[in-house]
Design a protein around this ligand. Sequence first.
Ligand code: S3P
Length: 444
Amino acid sequence: MKKFISIKKKIKKFNKVINVDGDKSISIRSLIFASLATGKSKIKNLLESEDVLNTVNCLKTLGIIIHKKNNTYFVNGVGINNFKYKKKITLDAGNSGTLARLLLSTLINSPFKIKLTGDHSLSKRDFGRIIDPLTNLGAQFYPQNKKKLPLMIKKSNNKKKSKFYEKKGSAQVKSAIMIAALQKKSLTKIIAKKSRNHTENFFKFLNIPTKIKKTKKLDYINIRGVEKFKSFNYNIPSDISSSLFFIALTILTESSQIKIKNVNVNSTRLGAIKILKRMGIKFEIKNIRSYKGEKISDIKVNSPKTIKPIDCPIKFNSSAIDEFLIIFLIAAKAKGISYFKDIGELNQKESPRLKICSKFLTMIGIKNKCTSNSIKIKGNPNLQLKGNYVMKNFLKDHRVFMMSTIAALTLGGNWKIYDPHSANTSFPSFLKLIKKLGGEFILN
Ligand code: S3P
């Protein structure tokens, strides 16, 4: 495995049309729902990243037959509560919080203890956030009182609650409760702070009885479990979170333009676009069409003359949660001070992103003031780097690697960025696309 990439040259101006890899959230969900469906589902354009391939492997260990032909994955769904539970099964979620949390919710009726493990980064993350609701929905976790992986889960016959309040704006927590509720006959009520709604969209198009009432800040979701639901076909759109790295590359490279095709522009994922619009970036979002509750379109962006700073409204936080690293990098070139608050959740991701990004900005000479929950960034529109820069020890966080690569290609300087393999977690084509746009790097 290559240890690091070196970048010594800025990327030259470009004007290109690209396709990015499939949406990670939808890829993981489509496999989980296809396994719980009755019959054979067909999934096209599945993201073949490590998080998603780990999903395939975990489901195979649970007895699901999955195979690939041409560009299509075929999943033989066994129906709700029908996994091949065995004693001594261990499932490995690798780096993926989404897989780990959603998978645990599918296992609440397991008669045997099933063990879930993860990599170094995932083993540091909080599972208390789903242990609590899933325990109340009738699961038991071992060892008791432990809040981190590895953990074991088993059915408990002790359902204690049917009403939940999801206060973090976490789609993983909301989805875990929804998938567990799907397997319970009685009614489950969830009051959830706004977050990405792909699970709700799956429930709707799969005709799972769900009532959703939306208010400005909260969603009220009522679910009654079903005995079974039908298999389906799904064509996965491209990932807006992956697209944002190339949008940032364009914004930070003079006189450039990019068009990214077939991107999922679901409004619960558009926080970064809304923030960047307020920072003076102009987007063209065209050819919008609806697909199974999602919205797909082509996105075009040109590099701007100047970037405006932002006092970022907290209403955008949840829908931009995976994009803040790249937004901070763009804020580093804004004309003035940007302020992002109530973003402590960033330290609960694959790495403590808020802390790591603050250190990164300091390394490249950008003044910033970071607390456990906020960051102020003093942008410098004339930022041009000349020295040597090493990016290392970021828990192999894929998004830290990709953000650093975009910085190196646009700001100048002589860079060594460790763990290039990490991009495969969510975006295996990342470096290939960088090359296609003319970016030069050496893998060492
Ligand atoms: C995801 C939800 C978000 C996001 C993650 C994917 C999902 O996490 O950061 O990359 O697919 O539900 P939280 O729900 O924990 O905020």
